[in-house]
Design a protein. Structure first.
Length: 129
């Protein structure tokens, strides 16, 4: 883990057995979410999202039956975690893990998310709430 803009690591977190793809920091809680594409087993098993409380220690792992590959993740200004990925038939999936929940909810109203970055999506969401 690096400080914002830093060039040297300030901490190391264990994400044993997974292939990390992206991460996001929630400034409201200090939590760090890591989207794990899949396991190290050659991609033969689904990934997950590992959330490290206060960006330390052991994570709480979250999975969803609709997701096989986990790509990008990001927190909105309310502490809700959003992520995109693929289901087991390689179709795009976009989901929300509401703050305080342990269950992903599908996000159906996302239009052409592929043309936007996660940052653009969250800026639009923050400005509309």
């Amino acid at each position: 883990m690096y400080a914002h803009g830093g060039a040297s690591p300030i901490a190391t977190l264990s994400d044993s057995g997974y292939d990390p793809y992206a991460c996001s920091f929630d400034p409201s809680t200090g939590n760090l979410a890591v989207a794990n594409y899949s396991t190290y087993l050659g991609g033969s098993s689904p990934g997950n999202v590992a959330v490290y409380p206060s960006a330390r220690g052991d994570p709480t792992d979250y999975t969803d039956d609709e997701l096989w590959r986990y790509f990008n993740c990001g927190y909105d200004n309310k502490g809700d975690l959003f992520l995109d990925g693929l289901d087991d038939t390689q179709h795009s999936v976009f989901a929300e893990l509401p703050k305080g929940s342990g269950t992903f909810e599908p996000v159906e109203s996302v239009y052409c998310i592929a043309s936007k970055t996660m940052t653009e999506f969250f800026r639009e969401r923050a400005s509309s709430t």
